[in-house]
Design a protein around this ligand. Structure first.
Ligand code: SAM
Length: 283
């Protein structure tokens, strides 16, 4: 019974309720978007009070997604993506990045936020290669057995599975098992990309991570865990992690340091040191 196995407060479906913060709308507020209510912006402002560079938390994540999808399409040869927790449409969405390289690359987006679903469906009306599924990403079988997922993704060919900025909203301890169910369904040669809030395990930054976590968990959004690298590795079970840069060990790295687009000319902000990412390949 998977419903009992994977339970986390954040899996409760969120309606379009302006009196309740939603993960997608709070994230949009962090990115500087317009699809959010006062209650969502309030969460952002509260995080800003403990971490003035709060926006970096969202942008480190989003910029990683952009680079990872480009890498997977271009270098990895991936032509079909399952984007779990896609979020509200923003400047560069997965299908736009992938379809710039191959216009016939397929993307299935999954989210459970009604605002995301409404926007997604409107955005994709004209695109035969992009589809939207309303499902709970923390119930892997519901996603994997979904008829739209099965119709548009070919599970005999490599798939790029994205769990970018999602798993920190899964607050229970068995996230490794949850990801194992996804990985088991993927054919060999598939990739999994993850980014996640990080507890950097240094006294100063761990304190910052703990304070941001405290704000998220006690906010009307209710979730946002900062995990250590050791905890994050459990989310890529049995996968070969792609080295995050030349000469670097195959492991999670700070999201901004994962194959950056160019040289770094300014130091990372404290918040940028609290986001980690990795890409793993199924042997
Ligand atoms: N992946 C995008 C990115 O990295 O830019 C968006 C990340 S946003 C922080 C997390 C998204 O996951 C939100 O759109 C939220 O609605 C969605 N989400 C959270 N929990 C979910 C669940 N249990 N089922 C489906 N979607 C969920």
């Amino acid at each position: 019974d998977t419903a009992a196995k994977y339970e986390a407060p954040s899996m409760v479906p969120v309606g379009v309720d302006p009196t309740r913060a939603s993960i997608a709308r709070v994230y949009d507020a962090f990115l500087g978007g317009k699809d959010n209510y006062a209650i969502d912006r309030e969460v952002f402002h509260k995080v800003q009070r403990v971490a003035p560079e709060a926006r970096d938390l969202a942008w480190s994540n989003r910029n990683f997604l952009t680079r990872a999808v480009r890498f997977l399409t271009d270098q990895g040869g991936i032509r079909q993506f399952l984007d779990c927790g896609s979020g509200l449409p923003t400047a560069e969405n997965t299908h736009q990045i992938a379809q710039r390289i191959d216009p016939e690359a397929r993307v299935v987006y999954v989210d459970n936020d009604p605002v995301v679903i409404a926007h997604g469906e409107a955005l994709l009306e004209d695109n035969d290669f992009t589809h939207f599924v309303a499902a709970d990403i923390f119930q892997p079988q519901d996603v994997l057995q979904n008829p739209t997922v099965r119709k548009y993704l070919d599970f005999s060919k490599p798939i790029g599975l994205l769990h970018v900025g999602t798993l920190h909203h899964y607050t229970a301890e068995n996230g490794g098992e949850l990801m194992q169910e996804y990985v088991d369904a993927l054919p060999s040669g598939s990739f999994v990309a993850i980014s996640h809030f990080l507890d950097p395990e240094t006294p100063e930054r761990s304190e910052l991570a703990r304070r941001m976590e405290d704000v998220f968990i006690h906010s009307p959004m209710g979730s946002g865990r900062f995990r250590t690298k050791a905890q994050l590795r459990e989310f890529l079970p049995g996968l070969e992690i792609v080295p995050p840069g030349p000469g670097k060990p195959a492991d999670f790295d700070l999201s901004d340091l994962w194959w950056p687009d160019g040289p770094r000319l300014r130091p990372l902000s404290p918040v940028e040191e609290c986001s980690a990412a990795a890409v793993g390949r199924k042997p």
